[in-house]
Structures are given as C-alpha cells and as structure tokens.
Ligand binder design. Structure first.
Ligand code: ARG
Length: 584
C-alpha cells in the first residue's frame, strides 16, 4: 500500500507545480517547504532559484501565488520578505490528512525506496569481563537503529562481535585446569553469580600469573594449545564463553533488549578465515612484511615523529589479532551475508581502527562501490564532574548497578504520582520508566557527542526526558478510558483551535521524521520530535477541554487527536526501544 502523503508533502507538490508552470526553465525545482512560526509553512525555494536564473525572487513568488488554486487545501498564501511564501492550510485538509494517517498501521511512514541488507555490529561486550557504561551506548544506539531500519523495510542482520579470543584466555584456562571447580556450570548460575564467578577466576588467575613465572609459562603454552584447536583447551574456553553469555543475557534483559543467540558471533568465529585473509592481502600486495609482521600502510595515517602507523594483520609471532578478525568479518558479511551496508556502532576511540580496516578492505576489493561501510562512533559517557564516568573509588561503573539504580529512582517517581497502582505495578513501571530514561538520555544526544550521566535529570518529570513523554502518553490513555461511549472520530468540518492546529501539524511530520532518522542513523531526531509532540499535547490539554468540549462532535474530534497522538508517541518510542505503559 502506498503510504498516505503528509499535508506538508501535498502542499509542497502544489507549490512545485505552480513553480514549474511559472518558470518552465527551472525544471522540477523544490520549493523547500518548512514548518514556520509565522504561518503554517514557509517556502523559500524561490530565492535561490531566482538568483540562479537572474530573476527577481519577489516577482517569481508572486507568479507562483497567482497560479495556485487549491482552496480546499490552502487557506492563505502570501509573498513576504525578499521572496518567501507564507502558507496557511485549511483546518479541513489538516483533519482529513490526519484521519487518513490514522487509518494506516504504519502511521504514514513510507518504506525506503531501495532497501538493502545492513549488517549492524552492536552490543559487543567481552567474555569474562564486566559490562560497563561504555557498552551501554553501543547496545542502546544499535538496538534503536535496528528498529528504525527494520521499520523502513531494510533487512537487518545483527552481529555482536564479542571479545571472546586472545592471549588472556591462556591464563584463565590454565588456572581453571589447575583449580577445577572454580567455575560452576553455566546452567547452574544466574547472571550475577556467573559474573562474580568470572571475576573471581579472573582476579585469582591474574594474581598467580603476575607472581609465578612457571605459571606464566604454562599459560603461554595454553595459548598455543588454544590456537591450535586442542580439544580439552577449547572445551574449557567454551565454558568461559557460556558463563559469560549467561551474564550478558541477564544484562540485556534488564535493558529490555532482545538479543539472539545466532547473532552473537564473536572474534573467535572468524578463526578459520584468518590465515586466508592474511594470504590474500599478502599476495595482492595490499599487506607487506615489516619486521616479521604482516602490515598495511597508509599515506595519511602517521603517528609520532611522522612515522607511518600500520594496521597489523599478523604479528611477528604468527598470531592474529583484532584487525584480522574484523577484516575476515568483512569478507563474511559482504560475500556470505550479502550486505549492502556495514554499520558498526563502536566507541569513537576506535575510529582509526575502522578507517584502516575499511581502507584495507577496499584495496583488497572486498568492499566495492556498492557496499557502504560506516562506523557510528559514539562519544563517552561522562560523570557529573564532566570526566569519564567512574565510581567514587575511581573504578569503572558496572552497567548493572547503574540500571538497577535507574529503576529504583524511577520507581520513586512513579510511586509519588501513583494513584491506583499496586506495589508490584509500581516496580514493573519503575523498571520500564528507569530503563527508558537511561535509553532516552543516551539517544537524545547525537551519538558522536559525549553526555553526562545524570540520573536526577534523566528521571525528571519536566524536561526533555522519556518520563515526560511516557506520562503524556499515559495521560492520554487515561482520557480515552474515561471517555465511556464517546469514540475518537475525525470531524473535518470543525474549526480548530490554535493548539489543535499546532498539534496536528506536528503529527503530520511523523513519517518524514522517522524516514530521516533511519536514513541518517540519527535517533536523536526522533527523540526531539517526540518531546515536542508531548509538549504540544500538554499545551493542547491545557487549552482544549476534551471530554467537556462544547459539542459531542468536538468531543469526538478531540478524542481523535488524543488517540492519534498516543499512537504516534507509542510507535515512536517503540522504535527507540522504549516502553510506553498504559497507566502510570
Ligand atoms: N568488543 C569490543 C570492545 O569492547 C568492541 C567490538 C566492536 N566491533 C568490531 N567489529 N570490532 O571494545
């Protein structure tokens, strides 16, 4: 089904038609229609166009106005300033457009014109290590982008490139061999126990490793055994992975995020490809031997003393590292998964790594023109002091503690406002509100910027928070419940109050906002939109009685505005991975 055009799109089309009639040599020029404070819309495309064709913008604008006859759509159109058009639409057209929108499950959001396959690399913690606040952003942003892309018809494949390989496993496995029973079987533990077991084993093995030269040597040999695929060693390695997954899943569940097991494809999954990756790069001359290592050089990447910084594909001792696994993963994602876009949601501090990896893959011919590779490098989560977020003792903050605290604070907020909720409901809503608050704060800052983790601000009822939006949504739901027999029905014949028009015109922009947020990987555009929607609803609610409106038709029409607002808020928030409870 073709999606319902927005009112803005219809008006834009009318003006474009008049423009090309007035100025055929301009071809299909875009009038550049925008929402405006002075009227409903402003079109300023005439300015640049007249300048380009050496005409007078005001004259051109006047000719456009003369050619527009659409009384059912446009109530008022006038030339202003150096050649803008100020346009006011009719109330009827606005309500009719919203009614058509309301009849569509997708609320008018179009499918992307050329959907492809995006492999999105996000939520990638490391085995046997605690998840910290840095892992939060990748998970939250990645999950939101995935919802957005899916909704526009893109096929998405998730890849959780967990850190499950490397020399530290020699130490861990050797310790476990010498201290069997230190790690309970994964099926016997919950997330918290799993992590505390892993932490204990990690610390204990580290201590022996640092103190005992002979153990160090045994650990080194164990790395070799692991790399050569020794069965006993691999089985023990698998136990660390399984135990860690129990823990990961418990955190993802807290984050209210669905992670699929078949998409947890960590560094180790590419082991079998590594040697071939290196061989192909060496044979094609993309990588060269330097001091025994196999490396790739770049003209524009230099370090201290202007020395080139290479990407290391294979170390001098023959070992493969992070770069080799990412290069192999690209081959897999492009050739086996048939990706047209590779999206990485990874800390901006790894952007140089990805720059080198992408460039290497391009030179090798693994990334052609038809494949886009992009690292959505995100900024750092800061504490209240503006420095990277740490506990008072200077340790990194455990993600779980943070989420628990958010849920607790939110439960207090919910309890304070709760009228008819049971304690169990308060706790459940507290979790939804608290996790929503954390996600929203993360998503509402554009990803490349740092932001301060400030729980007081995040769960505030006033301001640009998810709580504010969730309350607006719940308030609408409560009105709809109280409406009794009155139904939401659009009445295009009724004149609209200013607050109704402002709300309606904003709802009209939902489809475009979602499409832009998805195409630009910019969830913050959607958060800003939703916050404004909730604010406009609040104004409407203050100024326009709903159930006590003047006439039954007006009650129905206002209920209709309430209903479509609630659906838009709900849909928008769900695309961000945030719940909107029916009652708060
Ligand atoms: N596990 C890594 C870390 O914690 C992130 C992995 C990012 N993805 C990738 N394909 N390199 O830093």
């Amino acid at each position: 089904m073709a999606s319902v055009p927005s009112l803005a799109a219809s008006v834009n089309q009318r003006v474009a038609d008049a423009l090309s009639a007035a100025l055929p040599e301009a071809g299909a020029a875009d009038p550049l229609l925008r929402r405006s404070d002075r009227a409903d819309f402003q079109a300023n495309g005439m300015l640049a166009l007249a300048k380009k064709l050496k005409g007078n913008p005001r004259e051109l604008a006047t000719q456009v106005v003369e050619r527009i006859t659409a009384p059912e759509l446009i109530k008022d159109i006038e030339v202003s300033g150096p050649g803008f058009l100020n346009i006011t639409v009719t109330d009827t057209a606005l309500v009719q457009t919203l009614a058509a929108r309301a009849a569509d499950d997708r609320l008018g959001v179009p499918y992307a014109e050329n959907p492809g396959t995006t492999v999105i690399d996000y939520a990638q913690p490391n085995v046997a290590k605690e998840m910290h606040v840095g892992h939060l952003r990748s998970a939250v942003i990645g999950d939101a982008l995935r919802h957005l892309l899916d909704f526009t018809g893109e096929k998405t494949i998730g890849r959780h490139h967990i850190g499950d390989w490397g020399t530290q496993f020699g130490m861990l496995i050797q310790y476990l061999i010498e201290n069997p029973g230190e790690l309970a079987p994964a099926e016997d533990v919950d997330g918290e126990q799993a992590m505390s077991n892993l932490n204990r084993v990690y610390k204990a093995s580290r201590a022996v490793f640092d103190a005992d030269e002979e153990f160090k040597e045994r650990a080194r040999k164990r790395v070799v055994a692991l790399q050569s695929g020794d069965k006993e060693t691999l089985d023990l390695w698998q136990r660390f992975v399984d135990e860690s997954k129990v823990y990961f899943y418990s955190v993802f569940e807290k984050l209210d995020m669905e992670i699929r097991d078949d998409e947890i494809v960590g560094e180790s999954a590419y082991n079998d490809m590594m040697a071939e990756t290196a061989r192909l790069l060496e044979e094609s001359g993309v990588a060269v031997r330097s001091e025994g290592a196999l490396v790739v050089f770049f003209d524009d990447i230099k370090g201290k003393d202007d020395q080139p910084v290479p990407l290391i594909v294979q170390k001098a001792d023959g070992g493969f590292g992070y770069a080799a696994s990412d290069l192999s993963a690209i081959r897999n994602r492009v050739f086996d998964l048939q990706a047209t876009t590779l999206l990485y949601v990874v800390d901006v501090r790894q952007s140089l790594h990805f720059k080198m990896v992408f460039e290497t893959a391009r030179r090798a011919g693994w990334l052609g023109d038809e494949v886009t590779a992009h690292n959505m490098g995100y900024g750092t989560v800061l504490g209240a002091d503006g420095k990277p977020f740490k506990t008072r003792a200077g340790e990194t903050v455990r993600l779980e503690d943070l989420l628990d605290e958010a849920a607790q604070r939110a439960a207090e907020v919910v309890r304070e406002k709760a009228q008819d909720l049971t304690e169990e409901e308060i706790q459940e809503r507290g979790a939804q509100v608290g996790i929503g608050a954390v996600k929203y704060a993360d998503l509402s800052t554009s990803a490349n910027r740092d932001y301060k983790f400030d729980l007081d601000q995040m769960v505030s009822l006033n301001g640009d928070t998810s709580v504010y939006i969730q309350y607006a949504h719940a308030r609408i739901k409560s009105i709809l419940r109280k409406a009794g027999d009155a139904q939401p029905v659009a009445h295009a014949e009724l004149p609209l109050a200013p607050a109704e028009r402002a709300l309606g015109l904003h709802i009209d922009q939902f489809a475009e906002t979602v499409a832009d947020a998805a195409a630009e990987y910019a969830p913050h555009k959607l958060t800003a939109y939703l916050y404004q929607l909730a604010s406009l609803y609040t104004t409407f609610y203050d100024q326009c009685p709903v159930l006590k409106a003047d006439t039954p038709a007006q009650v129905e029409n206002r209920l209709f505005l309430c209903d479509i607002t609630a659906r838009t808020l709900h849909k928008g928030m769900s695309l961000l991975g945030i719940r909107t409870p029916e009652r708060l």
